[in-house]
Design a protein around this ligand. Structure first.
Ligand code: FES
Length: 292
């Protein structure tokens, strides 16, 4: 709000001409409500810490995941496969669904199995309601924090191009749920170790199995607490309690949704760590320990 307004002296009031509401009486004080300049605020707390942490955390993840996605190597180790590369639609590992690099792939274009699939989890995160609020503040100070002056003077919201595109989130959610199923299947594969003596698979659990299982658990907590999923499950009814299964599902999603930020960060960190774990095992930097 620009300009200035007159506010009443404490305790002073009288009736408006129409006799409905009080008006200031006597001398009013003039208070300046000029729009604060960029970064200006009356907040006494360290409001800048959170956007700074978001900036550092997201930047680190974006740099690492982009680097890892373009490597195209060291993304699997025996029965373990990195979540950045799963599902492996085309690729040279035993986990690939349809064989190696397709013949139609342009020779001049770098090939990596991750490039076929990372648009889905990437788009899901990018359009997430929580992350939107976080990176609007951290990356383009819109605003830097609540009640802190921002650099621009107009507000278009998410009802015009390009931010209206964020509404595609609900469709990314459907794909993300499918991915949870695929990553759960990767955990199933991660408990089947090839035995070179017998030439057959045998049941077992390694550190990598646990790393992959935690990854699915955290990604599941993030995905099934999605605001769009909560709307989907809770929508179309005036009274949820009328259907016990629907009400139970809604409460479950609501429970996860109430900690959506926590699930978002924990799953983000762990999915990056899972790739790193598989990568380092494949490179021989770390040695996977078989628990049994
Ligand atoms: Fe965050 Fe849907 S709102 S994943």
């Amino acid at each position: 709000m620009n300009g200035s307004v007159t506010v009443p002296s404490p305790g002073a009031s009288r009736s408006e001409p129409d006799g409905h509401s009080p008006l200031p009486q006597g001398e009013g004080r003039v208070r300046d409500f000029t729009r604060p300049s960029f970064g200006q605020t009356m907040r006494p707390d360290t409001w800048w810490v959170q956007p700074l942490l978001v900036f550092v955390g997201l930047s680190t993840f974006i740099v690492y995941s982009t680097w890892a996605a373009f490597q195209g190597t060291h993304y699997y180790f025996g029965n373990y496969v990195s979540p950045f590369y799963s599902p492996e639609i085309f690729g040279n590992s035993p986990h690939a669904w349809f064989g190696g690099k397709p013949s139609w792939w342009p020779g001049w274009l770098l090939f990596s199995p991750a490039l076929f699939i990372l648009w889905a989890p990437g788009g899901f995160r990018l359009t997430c309601y929580y992350y939107r609020g976080a990176y609007y503040k951290a990356f383009w100070a819109d605003p830097p924090a609540c009640t802190v002056g921002e650099p621009r003077k107009t507000y278009l919201g998410e009802r015009s191009f390009p931010l209206i595109m964020q509404n595609v989130h609900r469709y990314f959610m459907y794909v993300a749920i499918v991915f949870i199923g695929i990553l759960a299947y990767d955990v199933w594969k991660a408990v089947h170790f090839f035995d070179p003596v017998t030439g057959r698979d045998s049941f077992g659990i390694g550190i990598g199995t646990i790393v992959l299982a935690i990854n699915v658990y955290l990604l599941g907590g993030y995905t099934f607490g999605c605001h769009s999923l909560r709307h989907l499950i809770g929508g179309f009814r005036d009274q949820l309690a009328g259907s016990k299964p629907a009400f139970a599902a809604y409460r479950c999603v609501t429970c996860l949704n109430s900690r959506h930020m926590m699930w978002a960060w924990m799953s983000l960190f762990w999915v990056g760590f899972t790739d790193l774990y598989v990568r380092f095992c494949s490179m021989g930097v770390w040695h996977d320990v078989r628990i049994f």
